[in-house]
Design a protein. Structure first.
Length: 158
């Protein structure tokens, strides 16, 4: 149902009946919805920037460079599923990821599935943990080490 509205010019007392009330309503609704969408997008972007990573990220040959550049402090656990010592270190990495969420990002790289990075860093023994600060490798820890030792190494670079 189209309902026509009119405007009265108070100075000239002219009546304008050319507009459609529904068109105005639609324009107002559209403008309101557009503002709401813009607010949602803005809050989503802010949320992404503030999102804290409290778990180890899965890193592969394709995401390695981006991850090292993106996170100011990254601890990368190079491991394999068949490796017993790697299985011992895994819960420690998960705990530290929670303990240092917002300060340090932890990642896991399966060396069997990602030979390019394993070769570039000449990984001969696993687990091998690399600490990257501002995109550069600054420390390496080889073998299954206790949590206090690994935590001390991480704290050195905070």
């Amino acid at each position: 149902m189209n309902s026509t509205f009119f405007k009265i010019n108070v100075d000239t007392e002219e009546v304008d009946m050319s507009g459609e009330k529904e068109d105005m309503d639609i324009a107002q609704i559209r403008a309101k919805k557009m503002r709401e969408m813009e607010e949602r997008i803005k809050s989503a972007e802010e949320g992404r920037e503030r999102r804290v990573i409290d778990y180890p990220l899965t890193i592969d040959d394709n995401s390695f460079i981006e991850s090292v550049r993106k996170y100011p402090l990254l601890v990368l656990d190079c491991w394999a599923p068949w490796c017993g010592p790697c299985k011992m270190v895994a819960p420690v990495i998960e705990e530290l990821a929670k303990d240092y969420a917002g300060k340090v990002v932890f990642g896991k790289l399966n060396v069997d599935e990602n030979p390019i990075i394993a070769t570039q860093f000449a990984i001969m023994a696993i687990p091998t943990l690399f600490i990257f600060k501002d995109g550069e490798p600054v420390d390496v820890v080889q073998g299954a080490v206790p949590k206090p030792y690994l935590e001390a190494k991480v704290k050195e670079w905070l």
